[in-house]
Design a protein around this ligand. Structure first.
Ligand code: TYD
Length: 214
């Protein structure tokens, strides 16, 4: 019987603005030989949606519209980028995925978590990360880092909002430890990258490793 390629693994990097996850996602993708992608904006449709989802002076989506824009971005991202790569056996690293909507629009904005989980499952056609990596950094440290760059719509929201988002990521990790690796984001980029690499290898093995269970 013909056997197709072994399916690739999906790893999502998550965390509050300024936690360092984009740097870590790029380092991890390079070290695993994985495809690197991101949300919102990882497809041409997503690039058009991103400024709408993040809000501008002219466009200020209400929370439900914001959530649905993130879902539209995710649906296209899974269909055009993530699923085709996984199907050929490629590993994929994404800078943000469904957990960001639960943290920002759910815990942050107060939308119903059960509905957002359902919408995530529908938007992704059931494609879920094999592992979420939470780069965990206290909000005060992230704020200090972010003061060094120009804020987007979310970054300019108040500290309490970001505290709720941070708590939202931590509670998702705590309630599903099998699918979450929590890494302390306070040390330097190299130490964080080493902790991520060790944690991913322990959970998923190495890409293309013989004898793993993929
Ligand atoms: P991102 O590009 O990761 O920002 P940065 O690299 O500056 O940290 O994400 C942009 C913003 O979008 C970020 O503030 C989080 C927000 N966001 C949501 O609110 N919900 C979502 O589902 C996603 C994917 C992102």
């Amino acid at each position: 019987m013909p056997v197709g390629p072994v399916r690739g693994r999906l790893i999502a990097f998550e965390g509050i603005d300024g936690c360092g996850k984009s740097t870590q996602a790029a380092l991890a993708a390079a070290s695993f030989g994985a495809a690197l992608t991101f949300e919102p904006g990882g497809t041409p449709l997503g690039a058009a949606l991103r400024p709408l989802a993040l809000g501008t002076a002219q466009v200020d989506p209400v929370a439900r519209a914001e959530a649905l824009l993130m879902m539209a971005d995710r649906a296209q991202h899974v269909a055009d980028v993530i699923e085709p790569a996984l199907a050929t056996g490629r590993w994929v690293v994404t800078d943000r995925f469904g957990a960001s909507t639960l943290a920002y629009q759910g815990h942050g904005r107060g939308l119903d978590l059960g509905i957002l989980e359902l919408l995530n499952r529908w938007a992704t056609a059931g494609v879920a990360p094999d592992l979420n990596v939470l780069i965990d950094l206290p909000v005060v440290d992230a704020l200090a880092r972010r003061h060094q760059r120009v804020a987007d719509g979310f970054e300019s929201l108040d500290t309490e909002f970001h505290q709720r988002v941070a708590a939202g990521f931590r509670s998702q990790a705590a309630s599903d430890p099998e699918h979450w690796l929590v890494v302390d984001g306070r040390s330097g980029p190299d130490e964080v990258a080493a902790a991520v690499a060790a944690g991913v290898a322990e959970r998923l093995g190495a890409p293309g490793q013989l004898g793993d269970d993929r």
